[in-house]
Design a protein around this ligand. Structure first.
Ligand code: NAD
Length: 435
């Protein structure tokens, strides 16, 4: 199968590399020349565990290549995947489909023969219909079937998620496309990794329904954590007690500073907008969008409380800036809002993140970026763990105490058993653990 992927970002690159590993001939396309020339010289523009090795393997096997030329590979392809960004539209929070539509016009002009055009990007219900219209408008002779195949991978575990998915959802209204999409995923064992065929609109909605549900779980446990703090209970034990019920499950029940990342915030908002537009508002999700937004600044107030209400002029060390570990992605990371709130309160910030600092520097120029944990601790009045990188899981509290102005740790990911920092004389606060 000849496959072209348009958009070589977190999703497009991982999808392209994994599809080539399935045995398909894949060309990954991007408009950003720098990305493509990096990939062509053997370097990887994003941090994702295992990706570099898999790229090398498939490039060497002659199944994977990278280019800025869209027309050539699209003309040759049996299947074209759209994996461009769909950020929130600034004006109203709807998904901004400008990149998707622009790419669709380019595809329309380039296709030759029957071609399946697949949206991997997360797009609102009905986008497939719009794409069909746009392609027909641009090239009335184009013979295409538009399919929805939303992506569920998690950054940091993206390869495993793509190669061994819980499920693949494929939505279409065209039988020719069904056969081809079954071939695309033929390498997956259907017993372990089922491919669910649905209508196109159903597939489009499934992605939003799934993401909003995960965000809902997080927002829920975060509110339970707040209640734990008020009533003297422990949210980790509550989570365990809930999650051991197989109807609920353990995952996505870790209380923290609020969900972030390039998907949950924008996808919950887009679902809210779609539902309102169809006169079927989802109030549950409207509510959690608000809850999550206010939570991040509330975390800055937690830091302030740990420093007895006064952080003006105090030096605060930030450990972790990415929205989760094992990625360099800081899009919509809770760190952005927490950092801003701390700066607004007059704090002086120094930070370390194993992979996120190149991206963070542009967005948060007020921070002093440091080389490691000890450098961040130097002369700090408090340390705040925002991202639970493994680098922060075995801190040398004795050493840190000797470097800091005062030993205060605010652990927004509940990485530590409280007795550990407390036994070293730290003032310690975490999330939802008041027992
Ligand atoms: P990204 O910003 O990392 O990548 C998008 C890429 O598309 C960029 O490199 C951009 O240069 C390129 N691009 C835009 N227009 C183009 C065009 N006309 N031709 C060629 N290249 C073009 O975005 P991402 O994180 O990979 O997300 C892509 C989509 O996948 C989004 O809809 C997102 O919601 C969805 N998604 C993301 C994740 C995730 O974890 N990042 C998971 C599941 C789904």
């Amino acid at each position: 199968m000849r496959i072209a992927i348009i958009g070589t970002g977190y999703v497009g690159l991982v999808s392209g590399v994994c599809l080539s590993d399935f045995g398909h001939d894949v060309v990954c396309i991007d408009k950003v020349e720098e990305k493509i020339s990096m990939l062509n010289s053997g370097r990887v523009p994003i941090f994702e565990p295992g990706l570099e090795e898999l790229i090398k393997k498939n490039v060497a096997a002659g199944r994977l290549s990278f280019t800025t030329d869209l027309a050539g590979p699209v003309g040759e392809a049996d299947v074209v995947f759209l994996a461009v960004g769909t950020p929130s539209r600034k004006s109203d929070g709807h998904a901004d489909l400008a990149y998707v539509f622009a790419a669709a016009r380019e595809i329309a002009r380039a296709v030759k023969g029957f071609t399946v055009v697949v949206t991997k990007s997360t797009v609102p219900v009905g986008t497939g219909d719009q794409l069909e219209r746009i392609i027909a408008e641009e090239n009335p002779d184009a013979d295409v079937a538009v399919v929805s195949n939303p992506e569920f991978l998690r950054e940091g575990a993206a390869i495993e998620d793509f190669m061994a998915p819980d499920r693949v959802v494929v939505g279409m209204n065209d039988d020719r496309a069904k056969t081809i999409m079954a071939d695309v995923y033929a390498a997956l064992d259907p017993q372990k990794h089922p491919v669910l065929f649905t209508s196109r609109r159903t597939a489009e909605l499934t992605k939003y329904a799934a993401n909003a549900f995960l965000a809902l779980k997080l927002a829920y446990i975060n509110e339970i954590a707040d209640l734990c703090e008020q009533v003297g209970a422990n949210v980790q034990d509550v989570s365990k007690g809930m999650g051991l019920d197989s109807r609920i499950g353990q995952k996505f029940l870790n209380a923290g500073p609020g969900y972030g990342g390039s998907c949950f915030p924008k996808d919950t908002l887009a679902l809210v907008k779609t539902a309102q537009d169809h006169n079927s508002p989802i109030r549950l999700i409207e509510t959690i969008v608000g809850i999550n937004e206010t939570r991040k600044r509330a975390m800055a107030r937690k830091v302030e409380r740990a420093l007895e209400g006064d952080i003006r002029g105090k030096t605060i060390g930030i450990l972790g800036l990415t929205f989760k570990p094992d990625t360099d992605d800081i899009r919509e990371s809770p760190a952005l809002a927490i950092v801003q709130a701390l700066l607004d309160k007059g704090a002086i910030l120094q930070a370390y993140d194993p992979e996120g600092m190149p991206a963070a520097r542009g967005l948060m120029p007020e921070i002093s970026y440091r080389d490691g944990v000890e450098d961040v601790a130097k002369d700090a009045d408090a340390l705040v763990i925002i991202t639970e990188w493994k680098h922060f899981r075995a801190l040398d509290f004795g050493k840190l105490k000797s470097l800091m102005k005062q030993p205060v740790l605010i652990d927004l990911r509940n990485v530590y058993v409280p007795s550990e920092p407390l036994s070293h004389g730290f003032i310690y606060d975490s999330v939802g653990r008041a027992d």
